[in-house]
Ligand binder design. Structure first.
Ligand SMILES: Cc1ncc(COP(=O)(O)O)c(C=O)c1O
Length: 343
């Protein structure tokens, strides 16, 4: 009964099969294989736009490369306080960029808002060369709080970011991109470049792949020498066919949307069944739920065999993550236990 992380979920069967199929014989290395070529075509069709695809094996590498491509060592990146790249990447964006500064901003429900961004950017400039140059906006979709930016919210933020006096690159950390996409019911194009996004960290690992992420760049201006940068960062996977084959299988027959829909539906069902009894910290819009519970109840759930994270810095907030492999029966057990334990 694992609600700890979608990273702990198994690999979806079709992706495992695709790996076995890709394992027939020899194939060119370093991305010159037919799977990787095909992936670029597949994603170009899907996103309805020119793009450069950089297959990778961690989301951190995708984020850090995106920051390095857009932000020089003297630059600044605007992100939410809770952003993974701010809290959980051990300084990789700063390291890859050669020392750029992360400007972490507050925002309700785990989201940045256009006004806060505007105020922060408007306050820059007075110190001239003494301060970092605003270079990049990074949004996480779905957010670290399990919420989802609407298209209008993304567009409002990128409009501010792209005002001529700032002209920031706009990056999206889409580690849980599919979960956000099925929540909004929009197209990948609508949630990215049409809304002003220039670079996307597209994550498949949390949504059924073994290890498959990609940096997707929509603006050629941010693609310059990305391949050399990837190599220099130690992120050029020699047997890339196995990364690309995973991502192709993930996209085939809308598997990625089915897997994300399963996870989201279980999270939404849990929310609907428990919202009258339990305090949820954020609306449940993707595949994560944050709830406040008495510490004794948390301990009893753990004793009963439910695995989840007690949120760092608190003793009474837990995070539940619903994955493509979460069983409805486990969710039903969790609801039954909570109903028993709570008055
Ligand atoms: C929002 C977000 N972005 C990026 C990552 C980074 O992924 P990885 O652990 O593969 O580096 C994670 C992982 O948990 C995440 O939750």
């Amino acid at each position: 009964m694992n609600f700890r992380s979608d990273n702990e979920a198994p690999v979806a069967e079709p992706i495992m099969h695709a790996l076995l199929e890709a394992n027939q014989g020899f194939a060119e290395s370093y991305g010159y294989d037919e799977y990787t070529q095909h992936l670029t075509e597949r994603l170009t069709d899907l996103f309805e736009h020119w793009l450069e695809v950089i297959p990778l094996v961690t989301g951190t590498a995708a984020n850090a490369l995106a920051i390095a491509q857009t932000t020089p060592p003297y630059g600044a990146v605007y992100c939410h306080q809770s952003a993974h790249l701010n809290k959980d990447e051990c300084g990789a964006p700063e390291f890859y960029s050669g020392g750029a500064k992360l400007e972490d901003l507050p925002g309700e429900l785990g989201k940045l808002d256009a006004e806060t961004l505007h105020t922060a950017l408007a306050a820059t400039g007075a110190h001239g060369e003494h301060e970092n140059l605003p270079c990049c906006l990074s949004l996480t979709q779905s957010t670290e709080s399990g919420t989802v930016y609407s298209i209008d919210e993304i567009t409002a933020l990128t409009r501010v970011a792209k005002q001529p006096q700032w002209h920031l690159a706009c990056h999206m950390d889409g580690s849980r991109f599919a979960n956000a996409l099925v929540h909004l019911g929009c197209t990948p194009a609508e949630m990215t470049w049409k809304a002003g996004i220039d670079l996307l960290s597209l994550g498949a690992t949390k949504n059924g792949a073994m290890l498959a992420e990609a940096l997707v760049i929509f603006d050629p201006a941010y693609a310059t020498e990305i391949r050399r940068r990837r190599k220099r960062a130690g992120q050029l996977v020699s047997k890339m066919r196995f990364v690309s084959a995973q991502m192709l299988a993930w996209l085939d027959d809308d598997l990625w949307l089915q897997l994300a829909s399963h996870a989201n539906a279980l999270a939404a069902g849990f929310y609907q069944q428990m919202q009258a009894k339990v305090e949820f910290l954020f609306p449940v819009q993707a595949n994560e739920a944050f709830l406040r519970l008495p510490e004794a109840v948390i301990a009893q759930l753990q004793e009963a065999g439910f695995a989840f994270h007690v949120w760092p810095g608190s003793t009474d907030v837990i995070r539940l993550v619903f994955s493509h492999a979460t069983k409805p029966a486990d969710c039903a057990q969790l609801v039954a236990h909570l109903n028993r334990l709570l008055p």
